[in-house]
Ligand binder design. Structure first.
Ligand code: CO
Length: 186
């Protein structure tokens, strides 16, 4: 599937609010291809020359519903400053099995490929999560214990399965409300 700024669905499309369903295992060729295309999108989106040529908006993650497929699949790639991948997952049916009471938020706020307008404010999430999933890259079930930025990214992506967008979490009355007990992620 061609994935770019023109094919990624936006929050103006009701489909973005649709709930995603479990992917049948073993993963079909069609689902596998889609998830690998999603992973490729995320990878290429942070390589400036390719991103410009293919009209890719930079991202660290994408979920299948964002290309109009309501299935529980998410691709995540985190890179260091040199552009080396430090985290790479192609997750099928990821499920959060536990999450900390302690909260965390990105001090820059969050963004999303499906959200064009600016929504400023802090998005409070759990500081630590455990996520169980089938990882297509390792071809096995894995347990991810995440904190910091990765924990935020995973929760953002898993929200997409429920049709939830990051700005749904922003305090409408006080978008920059600071909870002193929460971790600030820079
Ligand atoms: Co998003």
């Amino acid at each position: 599937m061609l994935i770019n700024s023109e094919t990624i669905i936006k929050d103006t499309d009701e489909l973005i609010r649709r709930r995603s369903v479990d992917v049948e295992l073993p993963v079909s060729d069609e689902d596998r291809q889609l998830l690998m295309d999603m992973l490729k999108y995320v990878d290429e989106s942070t390589i400036p020359e390719i991103a410009e040529e293919k009209k890719l908006q930079p991202a660290v993650g994408i979920s299948a519903i964002q290309v109009g497929v309501p299935k529980k699949m998410t691709a995540v790639i985190l890179k260091d400053e040199e552009g080396n991948k430090v985290v790479e997952y192609a997750l099928v049916n990821p499920k959060m099995i536990s999450n900390s009471i302690e909260k965390a938020y990105l001090d820059t706020g969050e963004g999303c490929l499906s959200v064009a307008e600016k929504h400023e404010g802090y998005v409070y999430r759990s500081a630590r999560v455990k996520v169980k999933a089938y990882d297509l890259l390792q071809e096995k079930e894995i347990l991810i214990k995440a904190d910091g930025y990765l924990a935020i990214v995973l929760q953002h992506e898993l929200d997409h399965f429920k049709g939830v967008l990051f700005y749904d979490h922003i305090n409408q009355k006080d978008p920059f409300y600071q909870d002193p007990a929460a971790q600030i992620i820079e």
